[in-house]
Design a binder for this molecule. Sequence first.
Ligand code: NAD
Length: 252
Amino acid sequence: MGKLDNKVAFITGAGSGMGAAQSLLFAKEGAKIIAADINLEGVKKIVEKIKEDGGEAVAVEIDVSDSSSVKDAVKEGLESFERIDVLSNTAGVLDDYAPTLETSEELWDKIININLKGVYNVTNAVLPQMIDNKEGVVINIASIAAFVAGGGGAAYTAAKHGIAGYTKQLSFDYGNKGIRANAIAPGAVESGMTKEIFESGDAAVMESVNSVPAGRYGSPEEIATAALFLASEDSSFMHGAIMPVDGGWLVK
Ligand SMILES: NC(=O)c1ccc[n+]([C@@H]2O[C@H](COP(=O)([O-])OP(=O)(O)OC[C@H]3O[C@@H](n4cnc5c(N)ncnc54)[C@H](O)[C@@H]3O)[C@@H](O)[C@H]2O)c1
């Protein structure tokens, strides 16, 4: 028996990194996966892998910053699997650590629209049918930048702090309607977002990444296992938590 048997999971950012790892793990645990990403080729590959392993999944194209694209993607997902039990808002982009004076209005809007408004767009499109079903789980991928400075630039840190507040308010407003909303705050993780930065071996970056208690960066799979915990009944009493999975970054 899997931990997510008979569940359907809608995962954004599923074409790479943590979203891809969650898609593969949740499918292994019995969930049907609606794998959503702006990079359709990326999610198609993940869906193929899931099917090869005997699971069920569909790939949908989504731009989380665009509410009409989000509505279309959710409709497409529901047409395939009829319901959504678990939503993982994982899609996100980095702002190249730009301080506010180096953050153009265009960069600010891009980061806030994808990383924060995107979470609101997708949640609002999925939540009504969860409420009708009287159950649902929302997992928002925040960051250590939801707690402290230095994990991103001005816009990224503002957006991730915003996700933390939004997650708490979601629980406050819908916890008593069967919805559990929690967030994960990953530390440094090797993914599409960070691969080049880590490979460049920049001394300052590598010092901050490796000086955490774990002494290393994490893998997308190490975030996916935490997401599985939040998606499953194992976390049945958790509401509105912002859970660090960060190799100890936040103890500094
Ligand atoms: N990698 C890290 O060190 C780290 C640390 C903390 C938090 N995070 C967060 O984890 C989440 C996942 O990132 P990752 O590290 O797996 O990176 P990644 O780049 O490997 O994956 C992000 C995915 O989001 C997709 N995406 C980007 N813009 C989109 C949009 N507008 N609509 C739909 N999909 C879009 C990309 O195509 C990509 O597949 C992000 O929210 C990121 O901010 C990452």
